[in-house]
Design a binder for this molecule. Sequence first.
Ligand code: MRU
Length: 365
Amino acid sequence: MKKLMEIDTVDLNDEESAVVIIDQTLLPGEVKMLNLKTAKEIWDAIYLLQVRGAPAIGVSAAFGLYVLSKGIASDEKEPEAFLKKLAETRDYLDSSRPTAVNLSWALKRMYAVAEKTVKETGSVEKAVEEMHRESIAIRDEDIEVCRKIGENGLALVKPGDGILTHCNAGKLAAVRYGTATAPIYLGHEKGYDFKVFCDETRPLLQGARLTAFELYESGVDTTLICDNMSALVMKKGWVNAVFVGCDRVAANGDAANKIGTSVVAAVAKQYNVPMYICAPTSTIDMASKTGDDIVIEERKPEEVTEMWYEKRMAPKGVKVFNPAFDVTDHSLIAGIVTEYGVARAPYTESLAEIFKKKEAGAVLK
Ligand code: MRU
């Protein structure tokens, strides 16, 4: 049996026309792979968090739309009918979760390739071939981009530092490395001996079940804490930097990430600990001007009242508010670590610069 770190979080089995994922709802107890073949299976896997984390959702959607395009192409031989069905499937997958922009980013990119190929060649078959190539490119870029984020983030810390992270922006949230954990893994390879604190991350425990699991399994010095303990560990001086991932960064630097991230940011500000958001450019949405433009997903009350408990732990009928994300104000963020370098305030300018570099075809920095 392969170890978790040897398996890519998301993969393609082209022969079986399946998206292959690790079922993250079973971790850390069981490492089970799932083969997703139908649109409903892919939609459910994203909604139910069998695959989760912004980059991993994007890669799953890219592989998913490619796999489904093969079936659509065998039913719809006419280019227009093929594109119409493909667009419907794209919109269906896009409806699975609203906050992580990587989902719509990957689906748009995949559809654009199909549309362009059909326009240029008139061939549905060629469009499917090009979608295959694009989905592999999206996966490969994710690996490369996370590694660069790791290098850029590593330059912000030093050996022996304490690092706090919230939720899971780890290998399990991407294909390899992760975003917020990439500097940790790269530093670990170099013998940096970081002391990492993982917030457990109520209500779905991604920090306890996923981040603590993958870091601990990799041999990183890992300490799990409850969400309400971050102030204490920062006050004690045990944390030199906070690294978190994000689901969508607005043009002004406001960053939506797992619920509770903005509490960590406020506490970090109080104790003068720099808070870094690790974000591939695929997570930066320049069309959202500020965090107010970001749709925040609300999930089922049972995730708060019952899930993970042996018996319900809240009075029946009590009102529950269960937003899955919050927005950290840009004023609390010390830097946004991208594959093209670290953006600093004022973010409206520095993020625009990052995109200029990207559009000019700059090599990853
Ligand atoms: O609800 P989840 O588990 O998908 O939320 C994940 C997060 O909030 C991550 O921090 C974010 O997607 C960044 S992943 C590199």
